[in-house]
Write a protein that binds this ligand. Sequence first.
Ligand SMILES: C[S@@+](CC[C@H](N)C(=O)[O-])C[C@H]1O[C@@H](n2cnc3c(N)ncnc32)[C@H](O)[C@@H]1O
Length: 108
Amino acid sequence: MVSLSLFEKLHVHKKACILDVGGGDSTLVDDLLRAGFEDITVLDILELAVERARRRLGTQADRVKWIVSDIRKFKPDRTYDVWHDRATFHFLLSEMKFVSMRKLLVRP
Ligand SMILES: C[S@@+](CC[C@H](N)C(=O)[O-])C[C@H]1O[C@@H](n2cnc3c(N)ncnc32)[C@H](O)[C@@H]1O
C-alpha cells in the first residue's frame, strides 16, 4: 500500500502519534498496527465507517483511538507527529471551491 510505504520511506517512529483523517473506510489502520505503530488515531465523520473498522479489527481495535468528527470542527487536544489523509481533504477543497463559486454566481 502506498500510504504504508510512505511511513516507511519517511522513517516514521513506531511511537509517533498518527492521525488518519477520513480513515474509517480504510484498512491503513490494520497495516499500521501490523507494522507495529503504537499510537494511532482514526477520525471519520461517519460513525458507521468507524464502527465497521472497529468490528473488522476485533480486539485489536482497543489499540486505536477512534474519533467520530467532521475534520473541519475537530479541535485536537494533543499534537500529532503525522497527519495522514488519502482522498478526504480533496473532497473538502472541491466543496470549498463549490461554495465560493456559488457565492460568486448566486447573488441575492
Ligand atoms: C473516499 S474515503 C477515503 C478513505 C480512506 N482514507 C482511503 O484512503 O481509503 C473518504 C473518507 O473520508 C470521510 N470524510 C468525508 N468528509 C469528512 C470530514 N469532513 N471529516 C472527516 N471525515 C470525512 C468519509 O466518511 C470517508 O470515510
